[in-house]
Design a protein around this ligand. Structure first.
Ligand code: ATP
Length: 205
């Protein structure tokens, strides 16, 4: 079983692709979901975040107040320290849970598929920062489409404004940087039928 790091920019079609692959029996692990799971109420992750940033980052019901945490982290844009402290808490927990989930597929005799997808939106950004890809990933697949298509699709899906989406795009890796790290490129410029056709080609024995 090959572990595939699946990535792509905002609105590039990662979730759509994972869902199509799932219909063909290929499982996926969602790293965004793991990132939320490790700071659920009662988790050691949330406890550490509170120890570092105080009760101020909790809502009244004990859940993480994400907007408040974001405010603290970006209060001094030139000071990377709060963000680095948060990452030092979360990254090992996210890695540990990802490894645990990968391992449970490896140990499952009923999971006989050739691939397991791990969707990591900021995979290439992480590689650019650390100089290496996560060691549990065998290949990187990139969902690729033009910025214009990304913006159109993200705008019609989200409540976010055009300027918010452009701002997110500007803070992500460029299309070129992502393509440079791709072992496989999935072209998602065209419609869903074309994406489905590529899924079938990928899974053809
Ligand atoms: P994000 O990282 O921003 O969460 P994503 O990469 O997971 O996004 P999706 O949510 O899969 O992207 O796709 C963005 C939007 O574009 C969705 O509304 C989806 O239905 C639509 N979409 C994806 N691929 C296609 C396609 N080939 N044709 C038409 N619409 C598409």
């Amino acid at each position: 079983m090959q572990v595939i790091g699946l990535t792509g920019g905002i609105g590039s079609g990662k979730s759509t692709f994972c869902n199509l692959m799932q219909q063909h029996g290929i499982a996926f692990i969602d790293s965004d979901q793991i990132a939320r799971q490790v700071v659920e109420p009662g988790s050691p992750g949330l406890k550490s975040v509170v120890e570092t940033f105080s009760n101020e980052i909790l809502n009244a019901d004990g859940t993480l107040n994400r907007p408040r945490l974001r405010e603290i982290i970006f209060a001094e844009p030139k000071d990377p320290q709060p963000r680095e402290k948060l990452e030092a808490i979360l990254h090992p927990l996210i890695r540990e849970e990802t490894l645990r989930q990968i391992d449970s597929y490896r140990q499952n005799p009923e999971y006989t598929q050739p691939y397991l997808l791990v969707a990591i939106p900021l995979l290439v950004e992480g590689i650019l920062k650390t100089g290496r890809k996560p060691d549990y990933i065998d290949q990187i697949w990139v969902l690729d489409c033009s910025q214009k298509t990304q913006i159109q699709r993200a705008c019609s899906r989200d409540q976010s404004s055009l300027s918010q989406i452009k701002n997110i795009l500007g803070n992500q890796a460029s299309r070129q940087q992502r393509l440079q790290h791709a072992d496989k490129v999935i072209d998602n410029e065209k419609g869903l039928e074309e994406l489905e056709r590529q899924v079938e080609l990928l899974l053809r024995p």
